[in-house]
Design a protein around this ligand. Structure first.
Ligand code: TYC
Length: 102
């Protein structure tokens, strides 16, 4: 049989996995949480620099909401909860929400 090996092209097709939907974490403005505290939470939970954290905080302050990050659903929900828990512990009503990206 030596020399008779036929290399047949592979005909199996990889099943195409649906790309998991991405989720947005939104920062929601309120009238009570201090600006510096919001920026601190963005730095601590979302690893933002002072400058980026301040910019995102000011966007929520002016527009009502701001997109913080876009990521997998479980990460979005975990991060939002971490951030809300920090605010709760400090006694502030700061809120983060998650929603699927269009
Ligand atoms: N509006 C708040 C204040 O003036 C600051 C703030 C900004 C609170 C963004 C929440 O998502 C927020 N102290």
């Amino acid at each position: 049989m030596a020399g008779n090996t036929v290399i047949a092209p592979k005909t199996t097709t990889k099943p195409k996995l649906e790309r998991p939907k991405l989720y947005k974490v939104m920062l929601v403005n309120d009238d009570y949480t201090p600006r510096e505290f919001v920026t601190m939470v963005l730095k601590a939970v979302f690893r933002m620099s002072e400058e980026t954290g301040h910019r995102v905080m000011m966007t929520a302050h002016r527009m009502g909401v701001a997109v913080v990050v876009v990521c997998a659903k479980d990460i979005a929900e975990t991060k939002a909860k971490e951030a809300i828990d920090l605010a709760k512990e400090a006694g502030f009503p700061l809120m983060f929400t998650t929603e699927p990206e269009e």
